[in-house]
Design a protein around this ligand. Structure first.
Ligand code: PBG
Length: 332
């Protein structure tokens, strides 16, 4: 104890100068840990900006080489590719038979080999009903075995095109094991699995469903996404996905679920944890920035820093490509 000084002063000494503060910093953002979601479409009328997601575009497969090089130059670690197909049907066949995402993956890997390419594996953008898989014959919920088979075929197609990671997001029981088995059987055992392990039934996905045109036409996804009140159940989902062979587990959304990220970090210290700052989180920030109510750079960095501090190794964010520039502007 230093006599005469209250404890807060002793802590305060390490804040006395910028170099000391830099040394004292516990958490830093590194662009290499960030993953940028990327939408690719074969529907000409959908190419271009997404109204509800400022800064986000739907690209043609041909535009992706340029975008991949641009993103690599910002130092981001990777991209997560979502297909937005022109054609939809009841079985979502474009997802497991189509060339949209495989061609996007191949273009990105050729243009920017250093970028990790992950792909979303879910049927909802490809089904005409907008649900994440094939509907059961009795109309109640999903036909899970048939859906798992299609999801595994989709993952294999992405892996063959060169995807480093596949990210099953349908929240169907057994999807991680089914994809792992499918990939291994197809000779793609080096392709990793980023599991959407703790995916909450969230209102914050609204703008994404607009971007991916994937809103369910009837019903919702509450039957297979987590109740926002259930932190313990989220841990059970993570445990299950790790047991099924997930290489990394995701918590989604991120900002409103920092406690869940921290709990997963504590319960599974050795796990690789990703957190997805989803479309609604991005849209909220952007809406306030557009009104002049928040400083984009400072609020953007702080929201991401909090996710990292909570325990996420990787952050999926629509601002990934901005972070390098924001950090460079930071006062010396
Ligand atoms: C489903 C999927 C969703 C998101 C990623 N994958 C939406 C959903 O469950 O409706 C949301 C991402 C975001 O909001 O940014 N395949």
């Amino acid at each position: 104890m230093s006599p005469g000084l209250p404890p807060f002063r002793r802590l305060g000494r390490l804040r006395a100068s910028a170099p000391l503060r830099r040394l004292r910093t516990e958490t830093r953002l590194e662009p290499a840990r960030l993953i940028q979601p990327l939408f690719v479409t074969d529907a000409p009328e959908l190419v271009g900006p997404v109204d509800s997601l400022p800064g986000v575009r739907r690209f043609t497969p041909e535009e992706l080489a340029h975008e991949g090089r641009r993103l690599a130059a910002t130092g981001v670690g990777g991209v997560l590719v979502f297909g937005v197909p022109a054609a939809k049907d009841a079985e979502g066949s474009g997802g497991w038979q189509g060339e949209l995402v495989p061609s996007a993956v191949a273009a990105l890997k050729a243009a920017a080999p250093a970028l990790v390419v992950a792909t979303d594996v879910c049927l909802c953008p490809y089904t005409d009903h907008g649900h994440c898989g094939l509907l059961a014959a009795d109309g109640r919920g999903l036909d899970e075995p048939a859906t798992l088979e299609r999801l595994a075929a989709m993952a294999v197609a992405h892996a063959r095109a060169g995807a480093d990671l596949v990210a099953p997001s349908a929240m169907i029981d057994g999807q991680v094991a089914a994809l792992r088995a499918g990939l291994d059987a197809a000779g793609s055992s080096s392709t990793g699995l980023l599991a959407y392990a703790a995916k909450f039934a969230s209102a914050f996905y609204g703008p994404f469903r607009d971007a991916a045109r994937s809103a369910p036409t009837v019903g919702d996804r509450r039957g297979h996404q987590l109740d926002p009140g259930n932190g313990r159940e989220a841990l059970a989902e993570v445990r299950q996905d790790l047991a099924e062979g997930a290489d990394a587990v995701m918590v989604k959304p991120a900002g409103p679920y920092l406690d869940v990220i921290a709990a997963v970090r504590q319960a599974f210290p050795e796990a690789v944890i990703a957190a997805y700052q989803v479309s609604g989180e991005h849209a909220m920030l952007q809406a306030a920035v557009a009104r002049g109510w928040l400083d984009e750079r400072r609020a953007g960095l702080e929201a991401l820093l909090a996710i990292r501090r909570a325990g996420a190794d990787w952050i999926l964010t629509y601002s990934a490509d901005r972070v390098r520039g924001w950090l460079d502007e930071e006062s010396p």
